[in-house]
Design a protein around this ligand. Structure first.
Ligand SMILES: C[S@@+](CC[C@H](N)C(=O)[O-])C[C@H]1O[C@@H](n2cnc3c(N)ncnc32)[C@H](O)[C@@H]1O
Length: 295
């Protein structure tokens, strides 16, 4: 089974125990859509045979495209970057990464960009991805307890999982016209800010506005009306977006807790309260043993 190849803020590996029992088995849906793919924890766990993955971060999407199409060359580029590594080289490579145009077309530049993307993800502070106003990646060097390493087998497994996937960069709203009845859509947007809190939502220069949380809910309702199955994860503070007057039956909201993984210091990991919003009926789920426990 494949695993996420990147560290990603808001990655859902720690929450899979809560999410998986709420996902119907593959023979019960046609295509799998994940329009905020990030680290792709659920996608890599499910390895669906027909998937559409997207994210607004075009460098992230290029990384997955290179994993899909040129895994061995990518492993070669990363191995070379990791063989020589220091704080000084980190900043040189960050500059090189930012100098590659986001809309680059040259295949070798795109391969290099993907290699640098992985290298920076492994060596930056807490594996964060954040951009400044100019769209430059600006996360500082992160002191690691262990040396960075390339995981060739993980990249090869991800390569296999991605063979069935279409991978595009773009806004989540673009999936609307593609989704039809019987498709499964998993939305994992940047989280609604906890009141007074400073949780992370600045994945790119544009950020994620609170109106987009409303747009997402309204899109989920329209997809439900088309006959699609929808699953959304968000922070507990998004609960007010999903009250009964805003979403129709059979949508329901379930409270869950999950450990946040992006902080490298395990002593400072926090247990966050999150919600899962779904229109998937527990009766559609194969594992009937879990039924009594599912809300
Ligand atoms: C919470 S993360 C997804 C984490 C992912 N589920 C995982 O397991 O790693 C949210 C993602 O949404 C992306 N994003 C932010 N705004 C977006 C938008 N308007 N449309 C599509 N993707 C967006 C970010 O780049 C980020 O990768």
């Amino acid at each position: 089974m494949a695993k996420p190849v990147l560290k990603w803020a808001g990655g859902k590996r720690q929450m899979l125990d809560e999410i998986l029992p709420r996902v119907p088995s593959e023979n019960r849906f046609d295509r799998y859509f994940e329009p905020f793919v990030g680290g792709g924890a659920l996608f890599f766990e499910l390895e669906p045979s027909n998937a559409y993955l997207s994210d607004v971060n075009s460098r992230l999407v290029n990384f997955y495209t290179q994993v899909q199409q040129r895994p061995e060359e990518l492993i070669g580029v990363i191995s070379e970057l990791i063989r020589k590594h220091s704080e000084e080289l980190y900043y040189e490579r960050r500059t090189e990464f930012n100098e590659i145009p986001q809309n680059a077309k040259c295949p070798d530049l795109l391969l290099r960009q993907a290699g640098l993307f992985y290298y920076l993800n492994q060596t930056c502070f807490n594996g964060l991805y954040r951009e400044n106003e100019e769209g430059d990646f600006n996360v500082p060097y992160g002191r690691q307890k262990t040396d960075p390493s390339v995981q060739p087998d993980q990249i090869r497994q991800a390569h296999k999982a991605l063979q069935s996937a279409t991978i595009k960069s773009g806004d989540f709203m673009r999936i609307e016209e593609m989704v039809t009845d019987n498709d499964l859509v998993y939305f994992d947007p940047p989280y609604q800010k906890l009141s007074g809190g400073s949780n992370f939502s600045q994945y790119n220069k544009k950020g994620y506005a609170s109106e987009e949380q409303d747009d997402l809910r309204n899109l989920a309702v329209r997809l439900h009306k088309k006959g699609a199955r929808v699953l959304i994860t968000n922070s507990i503070s998004a609960k007010s977006l999903y009250t009964a007057n805003k979403i129709p039956d059979p949508f329901r909201v379930v409270d869950v807790t999950a450990e946040r993984a992006i902080n490298s210091d395990s002593a400072h990991r926090t247990v966050a309260s999150e919600i899962i919003v779904t229109n998937i009926s527990p009766f559609e789920l194969t594992d009937t043993d879990t039924l009594p426990f599912l809300q």
